[in-house]
Unconditional design. Structure first.
Length: 293
């Protein structure tokens, strides 16, 4: 995620006329992807490299209907009942949606934005740690590597907490920014800040497990020839018995339903109290409605 975010911001910084000093981001409240220690240190890095202030707003858990969820729903409607054999097919369907611009990045390709080593690079330059319980807050502000966080945007400043993620004694953010940019891009010139110049190692593609290779080998003949170069070679994969043979050889196991525990006395649905019984002659609610003319 750090690589994708960096790729997005680098392209923004290269756009003509871009001069924003403040970055405001609205994020889903997913701790693992959006609120981990490394993610916050990444945004602290942006506050040192380019922006004077970075503000993160996290949505309160619930049905937020944020734009990312809606895009996924739109894409699901586009690709249902469609056979897709290559990620470019997903990109084509996504780009047919108004306001959506999709692109496929091949891991290990020449234009890949996926880098590894963030878990080493970020703690090296931002060794400070967010204290325990910080994930219960929903607003974070980064100013030159210093994080000010509060529970809600309406929380008064007196209740906000502050922690520096920089090494002890570091206050000159320009010097720190030059040090980070020189190690990350090999240059302090923003014009040379590109994903191609990132010094972190490229992420290696993940290899398919034997189980997935066997599953792919069984379906390989259904893949059109023009798309097969995208998939790993499965000519030497031992397919073994087919699904039909496995199903015929399998011995059915009948699981007995566990007996329901006897309900405690008085735990059943309570009987209607006579105290609240309708009085004789009370009209039904349906009598207050008339059929449509």
């Amino acid at each position: 995620m750090c690589s994708l975010r960096l790729n997005f911001h680098l392209k923004k910084w290269q756009e003509p006329g871009f001069d924003s000093d403040v970055l405001i981001v609205v994020l889903d409240n997913c701790v693992g992807q959006n609120k981990s220690q490394n993610v916050l240190k990444f945004f602290a890095m942006l506050s040192v490299l380019k922006y004077k202030k970075v503000v993160l707003f996290y949505l309160i858990p619930g049905h937020s209907h944020m734009i990312a969820d809606r895009v996924v729903a739109w894409l699901k409607n586009k690709i249902k009942t469609t056979n897709i054999y290559h990620p470019h097919g997903v990109v084509e369907k996504a780009n047919s949606i108004n306001t959506v611009e999709a692109k496929f990045f091949s891991v290990g390709g020449g234009d890949t934005p996926f880098c590894s080593g963030w878990r080493t690079f970020l703690p090296k330059h931002f060794p400070g740690q967010m204290p325990g319980g910080y994930t219960g807050n929903y607003m974070f502000e980064f100013d030159a590597g210093v994080c000010t966080y509060r529970q809600l945007a309406t929380t008064p400043d007196a209740e906000a907490q502050q922690v520096s993620l920089l090494p002890a004694g570091w206050r000159a953010e320009r010097v720190r920014g030059d040090l980070i940019s020189r190690e990350l891009f090999g240059s302090t010139d923003p014009k040379e800040w590109t994903m191609q110049n990132v010094t972190l190692p490229n992420a290696a593609p993940k290899e398919m497990t034997a189980k997935k290779l066997k599953s792919l080998a069984k379906k390989y003949c259904t893949i059109p020839v023009e798309y097969r170069s995208y998939y790993p070679d499965v000519t030497d994969v031992d397919v073994g018995t087919s699904d039909e043979e496995e199903g015929a050889a399998a011995v059915p196991v009948i699981k007995k339903r566990p007996k329901r525990k006897a309900m405690a006395q008085g735990a059943a649905k309570p009987k209607r109290s006579k105290k609240y019984a309708l009085a004789k002659g009370t009209r039904s609610i349906m009598s207050f409605f008339s059929p449509l003319q």
